[in-house]
Design a protein around this ligand. Structure first.
Ligand code: 5GP
Ligand code: ZN
Length: 140
């Protein structure tokens, strides 16, 4: 069986498990992290399965980068953080827990000290409200 059959992010792409999406195009998808490190923590993935930076197709890598900039701008406009982190982990030893290439956008506040990953699942309604604000700030 292919890697994508069991991959949780591929299941999100196929609509087999729910996600709170903020953006979708032909090659990429952006959705709220279920266990955010900070409010507005968003993930950007390529729809095609690749486990890490080592095996993602160049065209998908570029598409994810373009979508990441687009979502980061919308997060900035919607939530006005003092800054944001772009995190991307490759391999379990580096902290990667879902082996489907993805980029984290983590809004940061002045003086905030947080880890790369959240410690508890977020309230679903709060995630939906944040996603709506980010979606509203997306340029057409
Ligand atoms: P990694 O450690 O692989 O870079 O990050 C994986 C991220 O995916 C984590 O921040 C985790 O909270 C998030 N995540 C794991 N499973 C799900 C899920 O089913 N739905 C969503 N929306 N996020 C998930
Ligand atoms: Zn996958």
């Amino acid at each position: 069986m292919s890697a994508s059959a069991h991959c949780i992010f591929c299941k999100i792409v196929r609509g087999e498990i729910p996600a709170i999406n903020v953006y979708e195009d032909e090659h990429t998808l952006a959705f709220m992290d279920i266990q955010p490190a900070s409010p507005g923590h968003t993930l950007v993935i390529a729809k095609a399965h690749a486990s890490s930076l080592l095996d993602i197709a160049e065209s998908d890598l570029l598409a994810v980068a373009v979508t990441t900039q687009r979502i980061a701008r919308a997060v900035q406009q919607a939530l006005a953080p003092d800054g944001f982190r772009i995190n991307q982990f490759n391999g379990a030893a580096a902290g990667q827990t879902v082996p489907h290439y993805h980029v984290h956008i983590v809004p940061m506040r002045e003086g905030q000290r947080i880890g790369a990953h959240g410690r508890a699942p977020a309230d679903r309604d709060e995630l939906k409200a944040l996603a709506a604000r980010i979606r509203d700030a997306l340029s057409p």
